[in-house]
Design a protein around this ligand. Structure first.
Ligand code: ZN
Length: 338
């Protein structure tokens, strides 16, 4: 089998690798219907996270179960399944609390940019769709594996409710799907922060009612202006930089909520500022597994189409171009077909 391997900064190769096999009795092997490149894959790709050795890539996946280990009981061969980037047993106390990405037995699923994938803890990790989906639904189901689940968690953590005002920091795929999530949760006003035409168009399609093109302190000032000087009830931080986090905290009203899902890079919080900000902070790696049944239902019944964030589709063997296009911001998110 050929799969994706990152060798170092901007050095992505599609090369021969061992095909995965059942290692533990709770494993499943799935044949990929589609996979994709994540914004977080760009951190090591750009050399911001070191790559000490050649590293297989990819953590977003959906496909058909090809084989299951002898201890797997609920997941069956032939099912179309979706799972999260963290395998989870879905039974431990952390899973039961809805934090499957902090499962006591969590394992990162990180070799998905390949035609075949081993998924640990298959019964806890994978959720099957009602049937094998039509091909045009696959991108939206794939989006649930990470970006849509992460955008949804950002909105959930930020306590988005009907009639509330929501601000979204970040116009990547997660931010855009944070807009869609807020819209689904009934927010009245959704302020998207972006200055890119194609992203703004999609943000509006997903339910953004206002656009703020300013960043940093100017962006904060603009949010305050739009909310009568108060700030937003809920702010979704979908970037992970110091600027974005500061902007998110400062854009929230007193007693407001910040849901943060951007993978933090060099983010430091000032205790004094946090003390007087009077905000609820909740975030982390999204417990996508918690939301999968509900999100599959929304996609299956054509209530949402999160697959619209894929504005470039390539064959899997052109994965290097997929990374380049996202690195250069020519694409919001690239879907890869084996
Ligand atoms: Zn668990």
């Amino acid at each position: 089998m050929r799969g994706t391997v990152l060798y170092g900064p901007r050095d992505i190769r599609f090369e021969e690798r061992d095909a995965p096999t059942i290692v533990k009795p709770t494993d499943a092997i799935i044949r990929m219907a589609a996979t994709c490149v994540c914004g977080s894959d760009l951190w090591p790709y750009r050399g911001i996270n070191p790559v000490p050795q050649p590293t297989p890539m990819g953590h977003e996946y959906c496909g058909i179960v090809e084989e299951v280990g002898p201890a797997v009981t609920s997941i069956k061969r032939g099912q179309f399944v979706i799972g999260s980037f963290f395998a989870s047993d879905n039974t431990c106390p952390n899973c039961q609390a809805g934090y499957q990405s902090s499962c006591q037995r969590a394992e990162f699923v990180g070799t998905a940019q390949a035609p075949l994938l081993r998924v640990p803890l298959a019964d806890g990790t994978l959720v099957a769709t009602p049937d094998v989906p039509p091909p045009d639904m696959v991108p939206s189901l794939l989006a649930l594996s990470d970006v849509m689940g992460t955008g949804w968690f950002a909105a959930d953590a930020a306590n988005v409710k009907p009639a509330k005002t929501v601000a979204v920091v970040g116009d990547g795929a997660v931010g855009l799907l944070g807009v869609l999530s807020a819209q689904q949760m009934g927010a009245e006003r959704i302020i998207a922060m972006s200055r890119h035409e194609s992203r703004l168009k999609l943000a509006r399609e997903f339910g953004a009612t206002d656009i703020v093109t300013e960043r940093g302190d100017e962006g904060v000032a603009r949010i305050r202006e739009l909310t009568g000087g108060i700030g937003a009830d809920s702010v979704l931080e979908c970037v992970g930089t110091q600027e974005a986090m500061t902007q998110a905290i400062r854009s929230a009203r007193k007693g407001g909520y910040v849901g943060f899902v951007g993978l933090p890079h060099g983010v430091q919080l000032d205790g004094q500022e946090l003390f007087y900000a009077h905000v609820h902070l909740h975030g982390g790696p999204a417990p996508v597994r918690r939301f999968l049944p509900q999100l599959i239902d929304l996609v299956w019944n054509e209530k949402i189409r999160p697959g619209k964030v894929f504005d470039l589709t390539l064959p899997l063997d052109q994965v290097a171009e997929a990374y380049r296009a996202m690195d250069q911001r020519r694409a919001i998110k690239t879907l890869l077909r084996p």
